[in-house]
Ligand binder design. Structure first.
Ligand code: PRX
Length: 635
């Protein structure tokens, strides 16, 4: 019997013989027209996958399964916020998606148009996403926790013809109205959508703008039996854009293709996430983030699995809610974030023991570093394998993990594993660009082009920015930078050590400190501000702001300072959303800068974390850092 290749051999083959490797994976999806070229990389760093092929993401996620297994569960919506549970079979999902597609078409949406989705975790959000890809329109989902200024900048960049939204979300039993924020965002935006499709959940007032706003329920009735054929699109046709934060204040629209994404996700469900058709997958993320796109909506459905869409907290009505869903729906793979586990850890640990979790093959965790105590606690409590995986909005699916579906690999505490097939991962010296080949050397985690299928094609409407941001930051070579520090041990396991740029990770939510700074600076009392990410036991990191006031007397007394701090936090809540609110806003008379005027963010961060700030020879005014030290020390 021929010997099974080792994982290292599979990985090597995925890079050396891309054509063969990815052609095999491409069989996991339906191609209406076969592709001619597996990868066209004649114009690096722009990679085109499965060129010449025609397919459709929605067809592969829904119709294909509805044809064969109409009665199988597809979408399981559970809301502990409004106390509802609704199960849609593949046939029912297909019908809902067609109704939504018919509605969008009636509102003028055409192939290539953008539809912005600003929604809570409700089934209509999933219908809208799938309806878009069904007709070749691009969805652009904006996280429901973002507020009007964040939303307005995304509206202006995506230029949607239609926005789909709802009256409100709900969090911890508290109604979170959306419509006011949306109206304000549209007012602020230069681009105006033609139509706004509103889902009324009956949670909050929903004033309608005549001529622009339309009611979903009415149209849903009108298009009760609508059938909308799938629009077959080129493999390289963009399926969606999703905004993410970077070094500059302006969020980047990550643009994804169709065929490459479908193949990459289908393969990842098999090789990484151990999913099988007919089983149930439960990702606790939000559709507004990349994990929600790839592993609430598309990945599980492409694999013919049921997917759970959960609206609510992990701790309400009690800390057993997730595990009760695992038991009830016989979840086989679950995906969450370390922060959520840390939240549960603080609750009653016996919650886990109350339920039969024997269906669960593994719990996958991603989005932020998985610390050892959290990993050990959940592994013990669940009695199931915990599999860390590392990736980014840009890549759409894991860069580092264990591919246990291909070959069983041991996990190593603190490490998300090894490079996944398709990814040519390198550790590079930040200043020389040289490859670090020895174990335990710290470098920038980089990926040699072409990026594998499913990764970002470009920055929406900004090819130059794609090249400049991602492929030009390492001296002397055109290589993709993840902007993460990492090391690799002697056995090839990687460890991620945090971002090299100004991105912070609060409770698994990726935020740009520059965006928060811009928002705080818009307060009339603020002259200048620095925001840094500071290590936090529960959330991984929190944002800390240090502001210089135009008139220092405005925060002269503790009471005045606290009042102003509260005002600034409210401002950030209203503009960006509560997710971006800094944990503290402190006032200083001067910010630590170099003599050439560059903010010493890493030094501020170090002082906040009570670490050595490192080389300070270039600092303009050493007392600036001392002020921060004193504030932090005083608590
Ligand atoms: O810094 C890394 C961190 O999250 C960033 C990407 O965040 P986002 O675009 O929101 O995508 C999340 C997809 C899971 C990365 O640049 N990160 C992600 N996963 C891990 C991680 N850090 C450590 N360990 C991980 N497993």
């Amino acid at each position: 019997m021929p010997k099974r290749p080792t994982f290292a051999q599979v990985h090597r083959r995925s890079l050396d013989d891309k054509e063969a490797f990815w052609s095999e994976q491409a069989e996991l999806i339906h191609w209406e027209k076969p592709f001619k070229t597996v990868c066209d990389y004649r114009n690096p760093p722009f990679a085109n996958w499965f060129v010449g092929g025609k397919t459709n993401l929605c067809y592969n996620a829904v119709d294909r399964h509805a044809e064969k297994h109409p009665k199988r569960k597809a979408l399981i919506w559970v809301s502990t916020e409004v106390d509802k549970e609704v199960v849609y079979t593949f046939a029912e999902l297909q019908s809902e998606v067609q109704r939504m597609a018919a509605i969008l078409k009636s509102l003028g949406v055409k192939k290539g148009d953008r539809v912005l989705v600003y929604m809570p975790m409700v089934p209509e959000a999933v219908f809208a996403m799938l309806a878009c890809t069904r007709i070749g329109a691009l969805h652009s989902v904006v996280f429901g926790g973002f507020a009007s200024v964040s939303l307005a900048s995304r509206i202006d960049d995506a230029q949607p013809s239609v926005i789909v939204s709802a009256d409100a979300g709900s969090r911890g039993g508290k109604v979170v109205p959306y419509k006011g924020l949306l109206d304000e965002a549209i007012r602020l935006a230069v681009h105006k959508p033609e139509k706004v499709l509103m889902v009324n959940r009956g949670l909050a007032p929903m004033p309608m703008e005549p001529g622009r706003d339309v009611d979903y329920a009415t149209l849903h009735q009108r298009f009760a039996d609508a059938t909308v054929p799938v629009t077959w699109v080129d493999s390289t046709h963009p399926s969606y854009t999703l905004y993410t934060s970077g070094t500059t204040g302006k969020p980047k629209g990550v643009q994804r293709d169709t065929g490459g994404y479908a193949v990459a996700l289908a393969a990842s469900m098999k090789h990484i996430f151990l999913g099988k058709p007919g089983e149930t997958y439960f990702s606790t993320s939000d559709i507004g983030w990349v994990v929600g796109h790839s592993y609430i909506v598309y990945g599980p459905l492409l694999a013919g699995m049921a997917t759970i869409l959960y609206e609510g907290l992990p701790t309400r009505p009690d800390a057993a809610i997730w595990w009760s869903l695992v038991e009830k729906y016989k979840v086989t793979s679950m995906f969450s974030a370390p922060t959520a586990v840390r939240v549960l850890k603080k609750q009653d640990p016996s919650a886990l023991k109350k339920h039969d979790l024997s269906s669960l093959r593994a719990l996958f965790l991603a989005g932020e570093p998985l610390d050892e105590p959290t990993s050990a606690w959940i592994a013990e409590a669940l009695g199931r394998p915990i599999i860390d995986n590392y990736w980014q909005t840009e890549t759409g699916w894991p860069i580092l993990s264990l591919c246990n579906g291909l070959q069983k690999q041991d996990s190593r505490i603190g490490s998300p594993g090894k490079p996944v097939y398709g990814y040519d991962v390198k550790l590079l010296d930040e200043s020389s660009g040289e490859e670090l080949t020895q174990p335990n050397q710290k470098g920038v985690v980089a990926i040699e082009g072409p990026l594998p299928p499913g990764c970002m094609q470009t920055v929406w409407r900004d090819d130059a920015r794609f090249v400049k941001t991602y492929w030009s930051s390492i001296p002397g070579r055109q290589v993709y930078s993840t902007f993460d520090w990492g090391i690799r041990d002697e056995d090839g396991y990687y460890f991620i050590l945090g971002r090299t740029d100004d991105v912070i990770n609060v409770a698994g939510h990726r935020l740009g400190t520059r965006e928060i700074e811009e928002s705080i600076s818009s307060h009339p009392a603020v002259a200048e501000v620095a925001v840094v990410g500071v290590a936090d036991q529960l959330k991984g990191q929190v944002a800390m702001a240090f502001a210089v006031l135009k008139d220092a007397s405005k925060a002269a007394s503790t009471a005045d300072a606290l009042k102003l701090e509260g005002e600034i936090m409210k401002l950030v809540d209203g503009q960006l959303g509560a997710v971006a609110r800094p944990a503290r806003v402190r006032f200083v008379s001067v910010l630590p800068k170099t003599r050439s005027g560059k903010l010493l963010r890493r030094a501020i961060q170090a002082v906040c974390e009570q670490r050595d700030p490192g080389d300070l020879t270039t600092i303009e005014d050493p007392s600036a850092l001392q002020q921060i030290k004193d504030l932090v020390g005083a608590g």
